[in-house]
Design a protein. Structure first.
Ligand SMILES: [Zn+2]
Length: 343
């Protein structure tokens, strides 16, 4: 059949092999389209993840928001912690660092006109004063605890005495700060001194041997030992060479309290350890506070507060706690004071 006969019969021209028009594939455009498609899918996936994380974060951080109002830890959150919180928003599987919802009062021993134990050279020039060492380590403990979201109260954060007249009143004022702030734990930091060549770290607790205070002291000693100390002199009760009396702060502070002697200022070995390990000791003491708060049920393992009221070491109090907090009680400032002595 000729082409003319075919066209007459079928109304169109016949298609001959080899004359079909080839379809040209533009591979470059296909690849670009695929890339754009993948990018759009990734964008949608990222958007879904962001929305999911936002809802999840709002839900899990509910207790943090309420707690910061109670414990004043909001402003104390360090830069490091803030960045952790930001990072966790893009990584939903990374657990947020806990904010430990309890309050520690830190008391740097001595201050101002009361230098504590002092070290002099042969020309009677002051080399080292206890009041400076106690302030340095106390501020380091404060920084560490606040970086963990713990609320901290300082009895002093500069070189001052808390009363111009007597050391007894100065110590009373320290106890008042701790009690009025409703602290859950109290740590009083000192350096020891002796004329002989003696070294070592120790903690002092009320002579009624209260369980809570003892636990705090033992946790501190365990952690200090782990960092490295010259000699672990352990936990003692009462007052040096007189176990019938107590350090003023251990007698009058109503929450669990410990007085720490962080090595002898008269020992070169202890002074070197103190200077070298200052940050590590601060972390050790801070972690001991967090561990104790967990063990005593003040907070749960995530840092959320469980105890409704202030933590009180009732077994060491001479008078009912209510008498201390009664504003009408004329002996308010000395409600628990009996058989105590100055630091
Ligand atoms: Zn001292």
């Amino acid at each position: 059949m000729t082409d003319e006969e075919f066209e007459r019969l079928y109304g169109r021209k016949p298609v001959r092999a080899g004359t079909r028009k080839r379809v040209k594939v533009y591979w470059g455009r296909v690849i670009i389209a695929l890339i754009v498609f993948v990018l759009i899918i990734c964008g949608i996936w990222q958007l879904i993840r962001t929305i999911y994380n936002k809802f999840k974060k709002d839900d899990s951080s509910a207790f943090v928001v309420t707690s910061t109002a109670d414990t004043e830890t909001d402003s104390s959150l360090g830069d490091e912690q803030s960045s952790v919180a930001e990072d966790s928003s893009s990584e939903p599987d990374t657990p947020q660092r806990a904010t430990w919802q309890f309050k520690v009062c830190i008391d740097p021993g001595h201050g101002g006109a009361d230098g504590g134990a002092c070290l002099y050279d042969t020309d009677n020039n002051l080399i080292r004063a206890e009041k400076d060492d106690t302030l340095r380590i106390s501020l380091a403990v404060k920084d560490y605890l606040e970086s963990q979201g713990v609320s901290v109260v300082m009895t002093r954060d500069t070189d001052i005495m808390l009363d111009d007249n007597t050391i007894d009143q100065d110590l009373d004022n320290r106890c008042t700060i701790a009690n009025d702030a409703k602290s859950d734990l109290f740590i009083c930091l000192h350096r020891d001194s002796v004329s002989k060549d003696v070294s070592g770290f120790e903690c002092w607790v009320h002579n009624k041997k209260p369980d809570m205070d003892t636990m705090l002291a033992q946790n501190i000693m365990t952690n200090l030992q782990a960092v490295g100390i010259s000699n672990n002199r352990g936990v003692s009760y009462g007052y040096t060479n007189d176990h019938t009396s107590n350090y003023h702060v251990n007698a009058d502070v109503v929450c669990p309290s410990v007085l720490c002697e962080l090595g002898f200022i008269t020992s070169e070995l202890d002074n070197n350890l103190f200077d070298t390990n200052l940050q590590a000791y601060a972390k050790a003491i801070g972690d001991a506070c967090i561990d104790t708060a967990k063990e005593l049920g003040v907070v749960d393992d995530n840092g959320k507060r469980v105890l409704n009221e202030q933590l009180i070491s009732r077994s060491k109090l001479y008078y009912p706690l209510e008498s201390y907090y009664s504003a009408t009680n004329p002996n308010r400032r000395n409600a628990t004071t009996q058989e105590r002595t100055s630091n």
